[in-house]
Design a protein around this ligand. Structure first.
Ligand SMILES: NC(=O)C1=CN([C@@H]2O[C@H](COP(=O)(O)OP(=O)(O)OC[C@H]3O[C@@H](n4cnc5c(N)ncnc54)[C@H](OP(=O)(O)O)[C@@H]3O)[C@@H](O)[C@H]2O)[C@@H](O)CC1
Ligand SMILES: Nc1ncnc2c1ncn2[C@@H]1O[C@H](COP(=O)(O)OP(=O)(O)O)[C@@H](O)[C@H]1O
Ligand SMILES: [K+]
Length: 493
């Protein structure tokens, strides 16, 4: 059995609760001791991130997340800080009531949340709700979150209001600058709204022994960009035919740029040859801008057959359109038996009539395309991205990339990888076309569909981060080519 990497393993909240229980019942670590360790880790994080903070405001809920907060407040008191603790309720449950008593014994005073009460401090600690959140925040809890905005926040375990299973917040939610999460990563900290709400993420495993994790499945994993294992450094004695021939199909009238981006991305990620099947009107411009691309006009779909014959991998869909021309290319491509990356308009056509695959297939929907494929709507897809990517992969018997902040890659057997990289600068036209070319190039060089998709997504997002730096606005898709080339050669892995 492979060793579990705690930093890469993502769990549902139910699984984390099972680990907590195992630590307590099987490993004999009392729950209150776990709470103490959580508070220690969080206080250390606070001191490291805000070394000048002298006054801290603490928000404490009634459950164990509040318990963590009371013990942290006690540590702060003992360290000589001013502590303003605002408790949501007059009493606490279980281990948390002991934590509350311990805080009071140390000289702490809890103010009860009520009208216009807001915590005072240079930094706020959010211990309202963690994995026990059961419904959207409303009433006093929501008001308290609202009144606490505008100051630096350290969230305990999960920003209060965030659903740690799905990464969504349906009501008020704390916007943290940092989140220190306990025991194991909750999968919802890495996708959807979580990207905005968590700030910097830290994991404190609380020194749990390995035995606490045994027998508890990992739900998903964080992506890595270790290209070396899937795509080792090139031998010297090779020629281009060893690295595959990508055929990118798309670019109906008005969309020639989309398919050129796909083709160029495939070249920049190491495909041996790249051809483009597009409208004849685009051929001159593509050849002039990137002579290494072999662009062919296929206004007459009959011209496509020899191109499909020579290709080893297809990148199908960018700018394809939904007209007769696009449909003919789509049908010809999907009956060719070639490995394929299906994107953009090709996904819309696929939604009309799902196909069986005779070779590797990777689908790369954004949430809108995913909704079309599932016959649902964007809000439903985004409400539980994990469920959506698993359902798509199962239904279509293909590896699926569900794009967007915190992209997910799912396989038909239920595996899911979550990409922790990427930035809002990538919300710009053409970024998805580049991703399609990246994945196609990895397939062409011998990666299987799973490796090509998970590594392609990671390289693409990291290239986006490198290209964006601290200026995401104005990032354009072709800015990714230079960093992609570095990353596909193993830089930064
Ligand atoms: N156990 C362990 O070993 C360890 C646990 N640890 C910590 O415990 C945390 C989990 O603690 P937890 O299970 O007590 O749940 P928690 O997040 O405090 O919330 C429960 C309370 O909130 C309430 N409530 C829920 N939603 C609400 C809403 N929308 N609006 C209003 N109220 C709402 C709910 O009330 P109820 O609905 O049940 O009446 C209940 O009272 C975990 O995240 C970590 O920080 C660490 O110390 C490490 C070891
Ligand atoms: N806010 C964001 N954070 C991280 N990545 C993003 C964000 N917005 C878009 N992306 C990424 O950029 C790409 C956009 O793809 P897509 O929506 O298909 O764009 P297009 O159709 O314009 O090419 C995807 O890989 C997506 O994950
Ligand atoms: K919290």
């Amino acid at each position: 059995m492979p060793t579990r990497d705690p930093l890469a393993s993502l769990y549902t909240t139910a699984q984390v609760r099972a680990i907590d229980r195992a630590a307590i019942d099987r490993c004999g670590i009392p729950g209150f001791e776990l709470m103490r360790r959580a508070a220690d880790a969080a206080f250390a994080c606070l001191r490291r991130r805000w070394p000048d903070a002298r006054r801290i405001g603490v928000l404490a809920g009634s459950g164990n997340n509040g318990g963590d907060a009371f013990l942290l407040a006690e540590l702060a008191l003992r360290a000589g800080m001013d502590v303003d603790l605002v408790a949501l309720t007059g009493d606490s449950s279980g281990d948390a009531s002991r934590a509350r008593a311990s805080f009071v014994e140390a000289g702490g005073r809890a103010r009860l949340a009520g009208n216009s009460v807001a915590p005072v401090g240079d930094v706020l600690v959010d211990g309202l709700f963690g994995t026990g959140l059961k419904r959207p925040l409303d009433g006093l809890a929501a008001e308290l979150v609202g009144r606490s905005a505008g100051r630096p926040v350290l969230a305990l375990d999960v920003p209060s209001g965030l659903d740690a299973d799905t990464g969504t917040c349906t009501g008020a939610c704390v916007r943290a600058d940092a989140t220190v999460s306990f025991v194991a990563w909750k999968r919802g900290l890495f996708t959807a709204d979580a990207i905005d709400q968590c700030g910097a993420r830290e994991l404190a495993t609380l020194d749990l022994p390995q035995a606490a994790y045994e027998g508890i499945a990992v739900d998903a994993e964080l992506a890595d960009a270790c290209i070396g294992r899937a795509l080792p450094p090139r031998r010297a004695n090779v020629n281009k035919s060893r690295f595959g021939h990508v055929l990118a199909l798309g670019g109906d009238h008005g969309y020639g740029g989309a398919i050129r981006l796909t083709g160029e991305a495939a070249l920049r990620c190491g495909a041996g040859l790249v051809s483009i099947a597009t409208r004849a009107a685009h051929v001159g411009a593509i050849n002039a801008a990137r002579p290494e691309l072999m662009a062919r006009g296929v206004d007459d779909a009959a011209a496509l057959a020899p191109l499909l014959e020579r290709a080893s991998v297809l990148a199908l869909g960018p700018g394809l359109g939904l007209g007769d021309w696009g449909r003919r290319l789509f049908d010809a491509a999907l009956t060719s038996g070639r490995s394929v990356v299906v994107d953009a308009d090709a996904l819309t056509l696929l939604a009309e009539a799902p196909r069986a695959w005779s070779a590797d297939a990777v689908l790369t929907p954004h949430p809108g395309e995913a909704a079309r494929l599932l016959g649902s709507d964007v809000a439903s897809v985004q409400r539980d991205r994990f469920a959506a990517v698993r359902e798509l992969a199962r239904r279509h018997a293909a590896v699926v990339v569900l794009k967007g902040a915190g992209s997910l890659v799912g396989a038909p057997d239920g595996r899911v990888v979550v990409c922790p990289w990427g930035n809002p600068g990538m919300a710009s036209a053409g970024m998805g076309d580049v991703l399609t070319g990246v994945i196609a190039a990895l397939l062409a060089q011998g990666c299987n569909a799973w490796d090509a998709a998970r590594l392609g997504v990671a390289l693409h997002a990291r290239a986006g981060d490198e290209a964006a730096g601290d200026a995401p606005r104005g990032l354009v898709a072709s800015d990714l080519f230079v960093p992609l080339r570095r990353l596909v050669n193993g830089a930064g892995a």
